[in-house]
Design a binder for this molecule. Structure first.
Ligand SMILES: Nc1nc2c(ncn2[C@@H]2O[C@H](COP(=O)(O)OP(=O)(O)O)[C@@H](OP(=O)(O)OP(=O)(O)O)[C@H]2O)c(=O)[nH]1
Ligand SMILES: [Mn+2]
Length: 182
């Protein structure tokens, strides 16, 4: 964030940056929802539900999929938003050069070692994606694949516990509805 920039301006700067980066992308649902709805929704869960007001966390939430899913580099994030935001985004970024199963296993393995701020972003990301799965099934996903995503997400969330009571309670309710014991 540039020196002298207010908190509100800094958050809007991240929202604008993410919107530009994700502009050609859509969600996997039938309506082809603009991808930017997801990072904005994740930041909103943190501010409106989890009670998070830390600007670096809200910025990282807005930016959390830019490196993973667009041509954005960590250097770009660091130069524009500083080392702390860059570090959080780095912690929540999967290495897309790895096979999908490996990436999924690594998320379970790495979750307990994330910083508190990265854990907040990861919890809100999972909560948004699980609610989204309940709202609309992504194109090409079977009911089994949806259930497997819930199962996997519960394992990641188990490594993120003790971070935010509200988010964890919301997630536990969704797992319970799917018959997943946590
Ligand atoms: N539920 C849902 N997810 C969608 C939709 N469109 C895109 N996604 C994204 O798809 C990812 C989950 O799909 P997977 O097949 O499991 O993972 P992959 O894309 O990384 O291979 C999530 O990425 P992510 O945010 O990076 O989270 P993560 O699950 O990879 O940690 C999620 O944001 C949609 O319509 N519904
Ligand atoms: Mn995400």
């Amino acid at each position: 964030m540039l020196p002298g920039m207010s908190d509100v301006a800094g958050v809007l700067e991240a929202a604008d940056f993410a919107a530009v980066k994700h502009k050609a992308q859509q969600r996997k649902d039938v309506e082809k929802t603009p991808y930017i709805n997801h990072p904005i929704g994740v930041a909103r869960i943190l501010s409106h539900e989890a009670g998070v007001s830390d600007v670096t966390v809200l910025q990282a939430a807005l930016l959390h999929d830019t490196v993973e899913d667009t041509n954005t580099t960590f250097l770009e994030i660091e130069e524009k938003f500083g080392p702390e935001v860059k570090r959080i985004v780095e912690e929540v970024t999967d290495d897309k050069t790895l096979p999908r199963m490996t990436r999924k296993e690594l998320q379970i393995k790495h979750a307990p070692h994330c910083s508190h701020k990265a854990k907040l972003v990861k919890l809100a990301d999972k909560l948004y994606n699980l609610r989204d799965l309940n709202r609309s099934t992504p194109q090409g996903w079977s009911e089994t694949r949806v259930q497997e995503y819930f199962q996997w997400a519960s394992q990641v969330v188990n490594g993120l516990r003790g971070t935010n009571v509200v988010l964890e309670r919301q997630l536990d309710q969704l797992f319970k509805e799917r018959g997943i014991s946590v």
